[in-house]
Design a binder for this molecule. Structure first.
Ligand SMILES: Cc1cc2nc3c(=O)[nH]c(=O)nc-3n(C[C@H](O)[C@H](O)[C@H](O)COP(=O)(O)OP(=O)(O)OC[C@H]3O[C@@H](n4cnc5c(N)ncnc54)[C@H](O)[C@@H]3O)c2cc1C
Length: 327
């Protein structure tokens, strides 16, 4: 009789190449996202620098799924967690350099740089036109993926080029036309990771730029629940011909959803396109509340709202999911 063959399935961490940064197993993601909910990453990777990231991507087994996150300001991580490797950009990929010369006034930012820090660096260097970044609480990488914008400007309006690494590990430089930007999205494949961006402004007086940034900050404080656990605008504004030019928040209000609750999740009283984790919400509460809002808006106005917040991972309890092999 033939001896039974022993099949060993190595844990993911043992199949990954060595890195200089940090690899953490079963790392809860709630603490690194704005909503403060969700299950763990099977493995969380914080690269030490760009070379560390590129070497990791080249050497990791091709079948291991990778999800990149910024600071999770547009992200709902489901309660069952995220299989594979989650890569979180940090300070090491957050360099910001200003370049003002006869050729123009520009900023080169690593994808991990916070938008707010890019705005502040631009102001300090006397580069105007990037103040809108003060109002977006994410990273440059997240901003490229989402074509983030505020106060009449989006990333697409200021981008000179973006640098990204494709799944084969090749670093590409992409111009605005390559990015296929539309409202809160870009057309670059989801498995490409942005590394850096060059943004163009114009030479301006630092004091005037600072004043405009203060105005933006005051307007945000007055209109958005930015001190809460939220993910920003939950739904995209629908095309005006579909919604009769009503914005998402107006449709949500008309459907009677302001303040609506599911479990520990609530539609913000202050800005009803924002969902809030009141402290005890699960990701399922937030997602179910969002779906209930979509149902009520559809019933009331016939408009089908599209999620702007990205939902990642698997539903349910992480332990049960792992036991049952749920994907
Ligand atoms: C209070 C509040 C106010 C907000 N106001 C605005 C606003 O005015 N305008 C606006 O546009 N948004 C706003 N947002 C949403 C959010 O800040 C933006 O979408 C931001 O660009 C997300 O960046 P992030 O780094 O947090 O990305 P995450 O939320 O971490 O990720 C968002 C998406 O980007 C992808 N991603 C992140 N980094 C990279 C990378 N390096 N390469 C490839 N893909 C990447 C992720 O995979 C995910 O799909 C707001 C959010 C909050 C909480």
């Amino acid at each position: 009789m033939m001896a039974a063959q022993k099949i060993t399935t190595l844990p993911l961490i043992d199949r990954l190449p060595p890195v200089r940064g940090r690899l953490e197993v079963n790392k809860p993601l709630g603490s690194v996202t704005w909503f403060g909910v969700g299950g763990p990453a099977e493995v969380l990777f914080r690269p030490a620098d760009r070379d560390d990231l590129l070497a990791f991507l080249e050497d990791k087994p091709a079948e291991v799924p990778v999800t990149v996150i910024g600071v999770g300001s547009n992200l709902l991580v489901r309660d069952g967690g995220v299989p594979g490797v989650v890569i979180r950009f940090g300070r090491s990929l957050g360099t910001i350099e200003a370049a003002i010369d006869a050729g123009g006034a520009e900023l080169v930012c690593g994808a991990g740089a916070l938008d707010v820090n890019a705005a502040k660096a631009a102001a300090k260097a006397g580069i105007g036109g990037l103040e809108f970044l003060r109002g977006v609480p994410g990273t440059i990488g997240g901003g490229l993926r989402m074509n983030a914008g505020a106060y009449g400007k989006d990333i697409k309006d200021v981008l000179v080029w973006a640098e990204a690494v494709d799944p084969q590990g090749r670093v590409r430089r992409l111009g605005v036309a390559d990015m296929g930007f539309t409202y809160r999205r870009c057309a670059i494949s989801e498995d490409w990771i942005f590394l850096a961006a060059r943004l163009a402004g114009r030479a301006d007086d630092p004091a005037a730029i600072q004043a405009r940034m203060r105005d933006i900050q005051e307007a945000r404080l007055a209109s958005q629940p930015i001190g809460s656990r939220t993910g920003g605008s939950t739904f995209k504004n629908p095309p005006p011909d579909e919604s009769g030019a009503r914005k998402a928040w107006q449709l949500i209000e008309a459907a009677g959803c302001r303040g609506l609750k599911v479990g520990g999740a609530q539609v913000s009283e202050m800005h009803c396109n924002f969902l809030i984790n009141g402290g005890a919400a699960t990701a399922a509460d937030l997602e179910n509340l969002g779906e209930e809002v979509r149902r009520r808006v559809l019933a009331e106005s016939g408009v089908s709202l599209e999620w702007e917040i990205r939902r990642i991972g698997i539903r349910g309890d992480a332990t049960r999911a792992a036991r049952e092999g749920e994907t």
